[in-house]
Each structure stands twice: as C-alpha cells, then as structure tokens.
Design a binder for this molecule. Structure first.
Ligand SMILES: C[S@@+](CC[C@H](N)C(=O)[O-])C[C@H]1O[C@@H](n2cnc3c(N)ncnc32)[C@H](O)[C@@H]1O
Length: 183
C-alpha cells in the first residue's frame, strides 16, 4: 500500500524535512558523498545539489513524479526509483556501499527494516541517518546498531510537520559505522 500522504502542493522545495541542526549536520556529511535515501522529497533535491551521487527510493507515485520534476527543473542529477511500500527496504540490495544512508520513508515498519538493511550498505566509517528517532520502530532499529558497536548521536529539536503543518518536537539519529566493521 503506498503511503497515505497528501499530494504535493506545487513545486517541491530543495530542503529536507528535518530540524535546522540536523540539516546543518547532514550538510557536512553529504557534500561530495555517495548518498542512498529511503523516502524522497525536498531532501532529494537538496542532496543532489551537494552529493557526488544520490539514489532515492519512493513509494508514493505523486511524490515520485514531483521529485523527478524538481530535479529536472533544478538541473541536478539523482536517480529516484518508484517501488511498492513493502519493497522500499530491499531497494538498496543491488547498489553496493554508500558513504551516507538516509532513512526517512513514510511507514514505520519500512523505516525499521531500512535501517537494518541500509546499515549493511554503509561503508566502514560511513553514516546512517535516521529521522524520527522518537518513533519506537526507528529507535528499535537504531538501538540494534548501537548494540553492534556503532556510535549514535541523537539531535533533538523542532520542525514543521510536513502534513499537519504544525511545529513538532522530533529527533534525528546520526549513526557512525566503526572503521573496522565488516561491511
Ligand atoms: C517524512 S517525508 C520525508 C521525505 C524526504 N526524505 C524529505 O526530507 O524531504 C516521508 C514521505 O512523505 C512524502 N513526502 C515527501 N515530502 C513531503 C512533504 N513535504 N510533505 C508531505 N509528504 C511528503 C513522501 O512519500 C516521503 O517518502
């Protein structure tokens, strides 16, 4: 079942749905990096303006179309794959290793599975960034990485909720894979 999200209202803005502090932190990690993203949106355009390579997977056809149109408008390259909701986590399977994996898709169970599968595709010394750490399934995935020796820093703050359009408290987990980890 595709995510039940309101349709994009007008052109997508090149900006992630994250707190200001988390955006600044992701900015430092993304510049010149190879980035894989679960859940497309303004972040995909923003990443494409900074990263060396971006592949993003999305389950909502309206958002997929709007993000592809936004990339074309800005003239920034990124590959945006449309898959069914259940297949989001597996979409990273054939793509190799990444400097940064960003987990921010709509549904919680797919976020949890994307964290666990995505972690296997982070190069040693690379990063997995998971938004909404305050959601139990996101915390569950991130805590599994912590148990495997990853260093986890959680950045808390406020952001505008993309659908409800109210300011919400939220947190983003920045998970650093050990240099000596087997990928
Ligand atoms: C939390 S949004 C985050 C998407 C993206 N990583 C970003 O930061 O722009 C998760 C899902 O909601 C949809 N979506 C993307 N941008 C949205 C927006 N600005 N407002 C509402 N829904 C959005 C897409 O289906 C996306 O996969």
């Amino acid at each position: 079942m595709p995510s039940k999200v309101s349709k994009p209202q007008g052109p997508v803005k090149a900006r992630p749905v994250l707190t200001e502090t988390a955006i600044a932190r992701l900015d430092r990690l993304a510049r010149g990096a190879d980035v894989f993203e679960f859940g497309s949106g303004g972040s995909t355009l923003w990443l494409a303006q900074r990263a060396a390579r971006v592949v993003s997977v999305e389950d909502n056809p309206d958002w997929h179309k709007a993000v592809v149109a936004g990339l074309r408008r800005l003239g920034t390259p990124a590959e945006v794959r449309l898959v069914t909701t259940k297949r989001i986590p597996d979409a990273i399977g054939d793509t190799g290793l990444w400097d940064v994996v960003f987990v921010d898709c709509w549904t919680q169970e797919e976020r949890r599975r994307s964290i666990l599968l995505g972690a296997q595709h982070v190069r040693p010394g690379g990063w997995l960034v998971a938004d909404d750490y305050d959601f139990p399934k996101v915390a569950d995935g991130v805590n599994r990485l912590r148990d495997q020796g990853w260093a986890v820093e959680v950045i808390a703050g406020t952001k505008l909720h993309p659908v409800r359009k109210v300011t919400v408290r939220t947190s983003t987990a920045f998970c650093h894979k050990p240099e000596d980890a087997c990928s």
